[in-house]
Design a binder for this molecule. Structure first.
Ligand code: WT7
Length: 695
């Protein structure tokens, strides 16, 4: 192949690759700082009085039961949900698992044989309990002054109308439905409507390009796609329908035709009459949905029936369709939400994530609604029209729990304290962080300036694959250390292992794995169970492998140190370097590309691309732009490289493997630390690259 590491799929080389990464692991300041200072931040007495779990001892006791008797622990919690048919107990068990590839096929099931519906549990259950008039969504538009309020009863009615429409189009249990929408209330409503009728939603973040959307459509083959005419993000208007049209044409050419494109008229600058339209396929949401019945029969599904697919990036190849099922995910999303945010019925919750990512599934849609929470759904971006927007919204709705990503915190931090202090924020009680390691300085600013030192910070470590929080504080239960996600959630058994899959004990560092199944874990990768086993269970036999490195300190606290595979985390968006490389080489002038991450002040990691052009092609600014545009159109704007570094040659071993370790050192300008280069086929390449830095 054109890329140097095409042999990466063999297990031995996956392990070898991880091993290389660990030695010079991207520690960030989280680890470096934590070693020196052990300042522990305790919650106030007042906070602890309302804590669901108020001491580490109480947690230890609950945790012990959760790992010694997972069926009893989760069975008790699951019983508090509505089951059309109660999950059966077989030989005292409610779940079965094999996560050890040496013992056969990896398979995990929870509450199998039980029948339920997550939409019913998220909406109907609360309405029937008399909470119909409680606000479910405070929708806040991109522009100041544009907002709407929806109660549980109203959300349920809208969900039913859309579900009825989907049924009228022939959507049945098990069918995939693609969703490519901005953060309108209709986006979580669409997810719930699918769940109501047993359809499998596949939400694609509306920042992905037509090419990426097309690939996802081709993989899960939906017959219907839900979208919106346009979206305004900050000051920019993006015509989503055009992107969908493009993707649908590609899908048809690729062999899959999507029959219906239901388009929400977002009433923006792009008017109906100016929207490209294909009669017979395209239909305006407002023309067909509001006229539907406001009641819709629930489709009862097995606990192990698929709830959704969500595509995510890996270190190699095309995106993986992570598959989550219904029962275990429901119980897990709800329970983690409740405990990690110390949720109470009078809270107003705000998660800034987009439903296009797992956070928007578990902690914007399902987790909070399953708890009957009132929440803010925000269409816009944190710094529009200015850096005070978030705190203005916090005051407007009296938000008590605020959950965002370190990249947003760092970017707001740059605008100083004034935009924060201008607003009262006195309603805030708990702050959350997700997506990447939070550096202690951002943690402290968040705690001191945003939270006035009053609000515990839940730094939640988890992944698309885990379905819900894995390592997270339970606010009020134990002291926090800035930069540490602290302790495992109930039922989660982390293991820090070395390159020989040996579990480490006590204070240690290594690869973060998990020893046993938990209810929210993914069950397979769409259409590729082999890849599921190879990626997550084969590298360290007997364990689920997260792809992250971590350290455990003397108090048992976990400190995440970042990915140890070729996945980079840019502004909390997970991007496979292989995907960026393949986008770059799709440009006709590009012969080869190698992409690595580098520390970036705001984004956490930036994208640094080494590009080798075809012979005799001259470097130019124009070409640089064209290469960046190739990535924008293949993946999406969020994956655009920050740096293109011209590379006459790449540092390769004699067997042709690119030594990324060297590229990472060049990217981070640690030129005296490139290390041993004697195994390179051509050692002069390194000096050549160093000379071209910044050119
Ligand atoms: C990767 C998963 C989970 C929702 C958002 C991202 C990194 C996530 C943390 C955290 C350190 C974190 C890991 C993980 N990550 N949260 N609190 N501390 N790292 O989901 O796109 O599946 O990415 O994000 O590297 O493997 P995702």
């Amino acid at each position: 192949g054109r890329r140097g590491d095409s042999g990466l799929n063999s297990l031995a080389s996956i392990r070898a690759n991880f091993a290389i990464k660990a030695l010079d692991g991207p520690a960030g300041d989280a680890v470096a700082v934590s070693v020196e200072r052990e300042d522990v931040v305790e919650a106030s007495e007042a906070f602890r009085e309302r804590a669901l779990v108020s001491s580490r001892a109480q947690y230890e006791e609950m945790y012990k039961r959760s790992v010694e008797d997972p069926d009893g622990f989760w069975g008790d919690i699951a019983s508090t949900f509505f089951w059309k048919k109660k999950f059966p107990v077989k030989d005292g068990k409610l779940h079965s698992e094999n996560i050890d590839v040496r013992k056969g096929r990896v398979a995990v099931e929870w509450f199998k044989g039980g029948e339920t519906n997550i939409c019913y549990n998220a909406l109907d259950r609360h309405v029937e309990a008399g909470l119909g008039d409680k606000v479910a969504f405070y929708w806040e538009g991109n522009d100041v002054g544009v907002d709407a309020k929806l109660t549980y009863k109203e959300v349920l009615e809208r969900v039913c109308q859309l579900a009825n429409y989907l049924r009228s189009q022939g959507v049945k249990k098990g069918d995939a439905v693609a969703i490519y929408m901005p953060m309108l209330a209709e986006l979580p409503i669409a997810m719930l409507a699918c769940a109501r009728i047993g359809a499998v939603h596949s939400v694609v973040f509306a920042g992905f390009s037509a090419e990426s959307l097309y690939q996802r459509i081709l993989d899960c083959k939906p017959n219907i796609i839900l979208t919106s005419s346009a979206v305004k993000r900050g000051a920019k208007i993006i015509n989503l329908k055009d992107i969908v049209d493009d993707a649908l044409v590609r899908a048809s050419e690729g062999g899959h035709t999507v029959g219906t494109c239901l388009t929400f008229d977002n009433n923006l600058a792009i008017k109906r009459e100016d929207t490209a339209w294909q009669e017979g396929r395209d239909i305006w949401w407002q023309d067909v949905v509001p006229s539907q019945e406001k009641k819709c029969e629930v489709e009862w599904v097995d606990a192990e029936d698929t709830l959704f697919l969500l595509y995510t990036s890996g270190s190699t190849g095309k995106p993986k369709g992570v598959l989550h099922t219904t029962g275990g995910y429901m119980v897990y999303a709800a329970t983690t939400f409740k405990h990690a945010f110390n949720y109470h019925d009078d809270d107003v919750y705000w998660c800034t994530a987009d439903c296009g990512w797992i956070t928007g599934h578990s902690y914007l849609t399902y987790g909070p609604l399953l708890n009957g929470a009132s929440m803010v759904v925000f269409e816009g971006v944190p710094n529009y029209p200015d850096a005070g927007r978030c705190w203005e919204i916090v005051d407007k709705y009296n938000v008590t729990i605020f959950y965002t990503a370190p990249t947003a915190i760092r970017s707001l931090m740059r605008s100083g304290d004034e935009p924060v202090k201008r607003h009262s924020r006195k309603s805030l009680r708990v702050l959350g962080s997700v997506g990447e390691p939070i550096n202690p300085s951002a943690w402290k600013w968040y705690h001191e300036v945003v939270g006035d030192k009053r609000c515990p910070i839940s730094d939640t470590w988890w992944q698309t694959e885990t379905g819900g929080f894995m390592i997270t504080p339970l606010p009020g239960a134990w002291g926090l250390k800035p930069g540490s996600a602290t302790l495992p959630f109930f039922g989660v058994q982390p293991a820090v292992v070395d390159e020989n899959a040996q579990e480490q004990h006590g204070e240690c560092s290594g690869y973060l794995c998990v020893k046993a199944a938990w209810p929210g874990m993914m069950r397979t990768l769409q259409g590729d169970h082999d890849r599921y086993e190879t990626t997550y269970f084969a590298p360290f036999k007997g364990f689920y492998f997260s792809g992250d490195g971590c350290r455990r300190d003397k108090d048992g606290y976990y400190w995440l140190t970042g990915r140890v595979d070729d996945v980079i985390n840019v502004s909390g968006h997970r991007i496979g370097t292989a995907e960026v490389e393949s986008a770059l080489v799709s440009h006709p002038m590009c012969a080869e590309a190698a992409v690595v991450g580098f520390d970036h002040e705001v984004k956490g990691q930036g994208i640094y691309a080494f590009v080798t052009l075809l012979e005799d092609v001259e470097y130019s600014e124009e070409l640089r732009k064209a290469l960046i545009n190739a990535v924008r159109s293949q993946i999406g704007a969020f994956a655009a490289p920050d740096v293109i570094h011209w590379a006459p040659g790449l540092p390769k071993t004699r067997s042709g493997k690119i030594m990324r370790r060297i590229l990472r050192k060049i990217a981070s300008n640690e030129l005296d630390q490139v290390g041993d280069i004697s195994t390179l086929a051509d050692t002069s390449v390194v000096e050549q690259l160093i000379n071209l830095r910044g050119k």
